[in-house]
Ligand binder design. Structure first.
Ligand code: NAP
Ligand code: MG
Length: 404
């Protein structure tokens, strides 16, 4: 069988621990036999980030900006314990944070569904994609502990020195204070990424915040979405038969639970943090959750939503083959390859990616699965396999599909 050729390099970001092991297995077994992979490789494994003083992360993010599409393996975000374990020169920042800052993107997360894993919400039939604005608000806020009586004020000093001032509260005793911000440019990027992603995946878009209480701050988010929709996106949405809805966040929660899914739910930073954990748990498993960062100018970074699965890596280092679920990492590759095929006009590449996804689903539907899923499936008796056996089963199915 002739391997599929690529024209533009896909930016490949390798990572850490068990997911680094999965990375090589997926490439060797499921990709290289069928595709002449053309990638620009960046090793974002923690040892190389340390050796390059994190330059490799910046280079990879800039390559993503240059070529448009990347696929990323899970990486360790260092903490004090990792500093010791890896003898690091510095506590390097989260690579995901760096890539997000370079691409100014929005993160979209969606579950992969199979018939034997029933969502906890029984009327959900289709995936719900969460779009989280990954900038500002409480994550970049300044906080103060107030020790006693006094006046707290919000002061803005303009470039020309003029001040706008507002009393927050006259404290009669100790308390706490918080100042958070966001930028019109970032809110606009967020809204554009959401509208573009809705169009590219053919799904309705919901945006929700609390503009009844936060009239200026959340009101700005609501207004930016509404303005961009009217000015730029209403026509393409109507042409595609899609809708944009604004809801109050509390009303949205009720509607989401009563819906059958199949739409994109855009959330402010904190709401998105909380709601994405709620959704991944309700859909069954973090190991079945895909994640893609989309920039307002149309760059894509695909990855799994889970981390490097360190406890499975401990087993692997002892010579055992763990039962780590590779599905979300495989889908990171298929998402990236399908997008590359779409952008470069290589339908065979996009079709291959879809066939590989179908092979994954076939194997899972047949009851063959990794340990994490065995405990949550219903209505079938699962066969527990290790990662190597699972990937071999997917390869066999894929070969049948491709007539290889
Ligand atoms: P994690 O690696 O996602 O693992 C948490 C637990 O979830 C695992 O112990 C395992 O449970 C289960 N799990 C996750 N993925 C699985 C899979 N594919 N197959 C089977 N089980 C899976 O999260 P963590 O332990 O909090 O973080 C570990 C490291 O990953 C940290 O250094 C963190 O910085 C990094 N991280 C990276 C990213 C990223 O790059 N996007 C995201 C999150 C975390 P059992 O032990 O019960 O089997
Ligand atoms: Mg969280």
């Amino acid at each position: 069988m002739e391997r599929i050729k690529m024209t533009t390099p896909l930016v490949e970001m390798d990572g850490d621990e068990m997911t680094r092991v999965l990375w090589t297995m997926i490439k060797d077994e499921l990709l290289l036999p069928f595709v002449e992979l053309k990638t620009e490789y960046y090793d974002l494994g923690l040892p190389n980030r340390d050796a390059t003083a994190d330059q490799v992360t910046w280079d990879a993010a800039n390559a993503n900006k240059k070529y448009g599409v990347s696929v990323k393996c899970a990486t360790i975000t260092p903490n004090a314990q990792r500093m010791q374990e890896y003898h690091l020169h510095e506590m390097w920042k989260s690579p995901n944070g760096t890539i997000r800052a370079v691409l100014d993107g929005t993160v979209f997360r969606a579950p992969i569904l199979i018939s034997s894993i029933k969502p906890l919400v029984k009327n959900w039939k289709k995936p719900i994609t969460i779009a989280r604005h990954a900038y500002g608000d409480v994550y970049k806020a300044s906080e103060l502990r107030v020790k006693g009586r006094g006046r707290a004020e919000l002061v803005f000093t303009a470039e020309d020195g003029t001040q706008t001032r507002q009393t927050i509260y006259d404290f009669e005793g100790p308390g706490v204070l918080q100042g958070s911000f966001n930028k019109d440019s970032s809110i606009e990027s967020f809204a554009r990424s959401c509208f573009a992603f809705a169009l590219s995946t053919g799904q309705d878009l919901w945006f929700a915040c609390k503009d009844t209480v936060s009239k200026t701050y959340d009101g700005q988010f609501r207004d930016v979405f509404a303005r961009l929709y009217e000015e730029e996106y209403r026509a393409p949405f109507e042409k595609a038969g899609l809708h944009y809805y604004y809801n109050l966040i509390d009303a949205a929660v009720a509607k989401v639970l009563l819906s059958e899914g199949g739409f994109i739910w855009a959330c402010k930073n904190y709401d998105g943090d909380v709601m994405s954990d709620l959704l991944s748990t309700a859909y069954g498993s973090l190991a079945m959750m895909t994640s893609v960062l989309v920039s307002p100018d149309g760059c894509y970074e695909y990855e799994a939503a889970h981390g490097t699965v360190p406890d499975h890596y401990e087993l692997y280092k002892k010579g055992e083959m763990p039962s780590t679920n590779p599905i979300a990492t495989i889908y990171a590759w298929t998402g990236a390859l399908a997008k590359r095929g779409e952008l470069d006009g290589i339908p065979a590449l996009t079709q291959f990616a879809h066939q590989l996804e179908k092979a994954c689903i076939d194997v899972l539907e047949s009851g063959v699965m990794t340990g994490d899923l065995c405990g949550i499936v219903e209505g079938i008796t699962p066969t527990r396999v290790n990662t190597a056996e699972f990937i071999a089963a997917i390869r066999k199915n894929l070969e049948q599909r491709l007539g290889a």
